[in-house]
Design a protein around this ligand. Structure first.
Ligand SMILES: *Cc1c(COP(=O)(O)O)cnc(C)c1O
Length: 425
């Protein structure tokens, strides 16, 4: 399998090379040359999630030195449960992706990427650079912390993430450094992009991207959609639609890819917060990025989602896109209402991102929606607890990090400042 740039002017790469490259040299993003059709029989036992990972990701790694290591990589990366709960009414489901070490779905892909990179030799010191709107940085820090030969630098928008998210970025020490950037997530993302083409940084390190511009962040996410669709069908006899809380569009894109691979997925709906460029694009056909506005679903505060480029590459025709994908945007008030309602109806506390997805499922009506729960509500206790009127117990993996001391360096939105901090003079 080869991976091609969305802009068509960079060399095609194999699986390992695409993971190491991150962004393509023409500024585009790597996508698989084909999405293999996976044959799934409606009868028979649903394969276990990791097993499905071996067979699907094995196809993407075909011909690459990493191919034979994929089964071990999946086993080590996904050593936590991924429950699909089916609610008796409707029926609808909830796919809980927050049982990994940092209590958000980002663990799933960050741990896969870290395992893959550890299996790809390098003669140079590596620097993983990551911009985070809240949860990516923690997942990447956790996945790479303590690994030899690699440094991690996390850039996050100062004052725009929850205190518990911040702790998860800043409490690691060792090979992980956190930078509080005086700007928005889009500013952080732009800084990372310019760092990648900076010769001085590039001569000091082999630079690696752990944002969802990296194909290694998208592919593993397709596995839980594939598995959950099969599992939902086996348990209910029906074909589900997924509602995905969406920011940078990495997670939702993985759902759309899983649908293209032939898994039983009726449709994919993108739940947005007040940052609405994707919803506006679907209704107008015209792409207009905007600057990000701060919301209570902060991991979705993205005004210029980098994976738009992959989505548009997949759907050259706007008409086809809107026949398969829908998007709706919800303000903070609507998200709060959804969290209250879900607690009354389902007796589960939702994080604000998942709250937006719940709101979309309710507005769309019908049944067989799987609400994708992207983070544990205890990470956003200041928003969620007042709405549901009780305390949310903190999962053990989260409380371990919260007990540690955090430290970060504040920097302006400036490549020079970042470079000075990263290259010891
Ligand atoms: C990152 C994140 C999202 C958005 O996912 P994208 O892949 O960026 O669209 C949604 N919810 C939570 C909790 C997140 O951490």
């Amino acid at each position: 399998m080869k991976f091609l740039s969305t802009r068509g002017k960079a060399p095609a790469l194999g699986f390992s090379q695409a993971l190491v490259a991150g962004l393509a040299s023409d500024g585009g993003l790597y996508v698989p040359e084909v999405l293999p059709r996976i044959r799934v029989s409606a009868k028979g036992k649903v394969p276990e999630l990791r097993e499905l990972g071996h067979s699907i990701l094995g196809k993407f790694a075909a011909g690459d030195p990493l191919a034979r290591r994929i089964p071990g990589i999946c086993e080590r990366a996904w050593d936590f449960p991924v429950p699909l709960k089916i609610m008796p009414e409707a029926p609808d489901g909830m796919l809980e992706l927050f049982h990994g070490p940092t209590a958000a779905f980002k663990d799933f892909a960050a741990r896969f990427l870290a395992e893959c990179l550890a299996a790809i030799p390098s003669s140079r010191k590596r620097l993983v650079l990551v911009a985070t709107s809240g949860d990516t940085g923690g997942a990447v820090a956790s996945a790479f912390h303590g690994r030899p030969g690699v440094e991690v630098a996390i850039l996050y928008p100062r004052g725009r993430i929850s205190p518990r998210q911040e702790k998860q970025l800043t409490a690691w020490g060792g090979n992980v450094q956190a930078f509080a950037v005086q700007g928005s997530f889009d500013d952080c993302q732009n800084l990372v992009k310019s760092a990648f083409v900076d010769e001085r940084l590039g001569s000091g390190y082999e630079l690696l991207s752990a944002n969802s511009i990296n194909i290694g962040r998208i592919l593993p996410q397709a596995i839980y959609y594939a598995w959950a669709s099969l599992e939902f069908r086996a348990r209910t006899g029906r074909v589900p639609g997924f509602v995905v809380p969406t920011g940078n569009l990495g997670n939702a894109l993985a759902a759309i890819w899983a649908k293209r691979m032939g898994f039983p997925i009726r449709e994919v709906a993108l739940a947005l917060n007040a940052n609405r460029p994707i919803a506006d694009f679907l209704s107008s056909g015209e792409w207009k990025a905007a600057s990000a506005v701060a919301t209570i679903a902060n991991a979705m505060d993205v005004g210029n989602p980098s994976n738009m480029e992959r989505l548009r590459a997949l759907y050259p025709s706007h008409r086809e896109l809107i026949s398969e994908v829908r998007a709706e945007s919800f303000g903070d008030g609507q998200i709060r209402d959804a969290i209250r309602e879900a607690y009354t109806r389902w007796s589960v506390p939702l994080c604000p991102h998942t709250g937006a997805a719940y709101a979309l499922a309710r507005r769309a009506g019908g049944s067989d929606w799987i609400v994708v729960a992207t983070a544990h509500p205890a990470k956003f206790e200041r928003v969620v607890e007042p709405l549901i009127g009780r305390e949310i117990p903190v999962p053990p993996q989260l409380s371990q990090i919260l007990e540690k001391q955090g430290s970060s360096r504040e920097i302006p939105v400036s490549l020079n400042a970042l470079r000075t901090a990263l290259i010891p003079s």
